[in-house]
Design a protein around this ligand. Structure first.
Ligand code: NDP
Length: 464
């Protein structure tokens, strides 16, 4: 195939700059999408220098453009009988290596740019898992907080009434993300089945009695800790006795804490959007069970932890503060597990000043570009999200396999496979970073490792 190099573009650096300028011009007011693209393109300089074929096939312009973007109205009635209207989205980013796959996020901050960054990241992450999954993401600006179960159900039914036209077990398989857990997946699945009259693996994160996989709820947190363990092994260290900071208190945080306890580490923080809990005695299994009940059953706020456990300190969110106090607690390891850009340059400086040895990202893009550079410059062990949190989608891939086979694997079998996948992802990132001349830089390792498989598939499949 011979495709002309764009006029005026010669070196890989020029090419990357021209792509970045065009991404910003074509996608205005989407700073998170620009950030995610900028980080990947920066790593790809090293690839283009060795592989001009990607440049001549204009692979970068193609990979930053979603294959399809769906945006739709979601009307529903609240409990008072008032009409509510939200916006729904699905970004079908890339299907070169498999059906679109990625979560749904329900949060008032959701907009097109945030979902495009998440879908873009998902393409590379899914490629790293070794499983055949393309990348997608979706969601709504609906806020489940404070809504009754019936309101959540009516919203989910309205959302799925439109989404069902676009998804399917061989086309696009959504899962959960912020604000979308077992309850929401249940309502979404029920409506899909009712409208389509078919019982298929169209969603992952399903209940165990109706097609879900053991270990899927635990997978992102467990996987992130397995990844951290692999990073530490390269320095002949373990998690045993390490003081750990965890942010958030949702799905990823809860199971990160559970696996840290299995490894003998001492988690000392959790948070939500209203503030931070620091428990100097450590969050043990009994306290974790209490947090799970608070968040998953009673749907309460994390500040209640300090009423229950008197030695714990609650620090309310203060928008005037130039840093998050959670990242200013002295510790060995940090597991950001809440949301994007929760670690700013100031937070990264505090972590580094306090001697942090490892950052493993459970959340998606939790570090700003500046914070990422600071971690790389400080040469700490830094596991970027698209590698460190890939265990969730990997186990969704295992759920899809079980659904296709109409079989359920045991807890041990799924956990073993998850563990092996996380070891393989770490090894791929570690070796790729070395091969491209930046040993230890797992950001480059993950971006390049994820890119190559997708880019080669795109070349093989022609200009589509
Ligand atoms: P949950 O909804 O279960 O929990 C999210 C947690 O983060 C809550 O404690 C929430 O607090 C807090 N949070 C969310 N948004 C903000 C915000 N803007 N400011 C402060 N705190 C916030 O979501 P998950 O645990 O599933 O997801 C957490 C992160 O992990 C996200 O970045 C997600 O994309 C990523 N991820 C999740 C995967 C999964 O399998 N679930 C897979 C891979 C990545 P509050 O309740 O107050 O909103």
């Amino acid at each position: 195939m011979s495709v002309m190099t764009p006029p005026g573009v010669r070196t890989p650096a020029d090419y990357i700059e021209s792509v970045m300028i065009s991404v910003k011009a074509k996608n205005p007011a989407e700073p998170e999408f620009h950030q995610a693209v900028a980080e990947v393109l920066d790593s790809l300089r090293l690839v283009l220098a060795k592989h001009p074929e990607y440049q001549s096939a204009r692979l970068l312009e193609r990979i930053v453009e979603p294959e399809r973007v769906l945006m739709f109205r979601v009307p529903w009635f609240d409990d008072q009988g008032n009409i509510q209207v939200n916006r729904g989205f699905r970004i079908e980013m890339n299907s070169a290596i498999g059906p679109y796959k990625g979560g749904l996020r329900f949060h008032p901050s959701v907009n097109l740019g945030i979902l495009k960054f998440l879908a873009f990241e998902q393409v590379f992450k899914n490629s790293l898992t070794t499983l055949p999954m393309g990348g997608g993401k979706g969601g709504s600006d609906f806020d489940p907080k404070g809504k009754s179960d019936n309101e959540v159900m009516r919203f989910c039914q309205s959302f799925m009434t439109e989404l069902q036209r676009h998804i399917g077990p061989d086309t696009d398989v959504p899962a959960g993300d912020i604000g979308v857990g077992g309850r929401e997946i249940g309502f979404l699945f029920g409506q899909y089945k009712r409208l389509r009259n078919e019982f298929t693996g169209v969603l992952t994160g399903k209940g165990l009695g109706w097609g879900g996989s053991l270990i899927r709820p635990e997978a992102t947190g467990y996987g992130c800790v397995y990844f951290a363990d692999e990073m530490l092994k390269t320095k002949k260290q373990t998690l045993e006795g390490k003081l750990c900071l965890v942010s958030g208190s949702g799905n990823v945080s809860q199971y990160t804490i559970e696996k840290l306890l299995d490894f003998g580490a001492k988690p000392v923080t959790v948070s939500d959007s209203n503030g931070v809990i620091y428990d100097p005695d450590g969050i043990d299994r009994e306290k974790l069970a209490w947090v799970m009940d608070l968040k998953n059953v009673r749907r309460g706020r994390i500040r209640d932890y300090a009423d229950k456990y008197k030695k714990a300190i609650f620090m309310p969110t203060d928008v005037k503060l130039d840093h998050n106090p959670l990242w200013n607690v002295k510790a060995d390891c940090a597991f950001p597990s809440a949301t994007q850009n929760e670690i700013t340059a100031k937070d990264a400086a505090n972590l580094i000043k306090n001697g942090i040895k490892l950052v493993a990202e459970g959340a998606n893009m939790p570090s700003t570009l500046e914070a990422t550079r600071m971690f790389l410059d400080a040469k700490i062990l830094y596991g970027p999200a698209k590698a460190a949190n890939a265990g969730g989608v990997a186990t969704s891939g295992l759920e899809m396999s079980q659904n296709s086979q109409r079989l359920s694997w045991t807890r041990e079998e799924v956990d073993n496979r998850l563990h092996k996948i996380m070891i393989a992802i770490h090894q791929n990132c570690y070796e790729t970073a070395e091969k491209y001349g930046t040993p230890g830089n797992l950001v480059n390792g993950a971006n390049i490792g994820g890119f190559l498989k997708v880019a080669n598939a795109m070349l093989d499949q022609g200009l589509v």
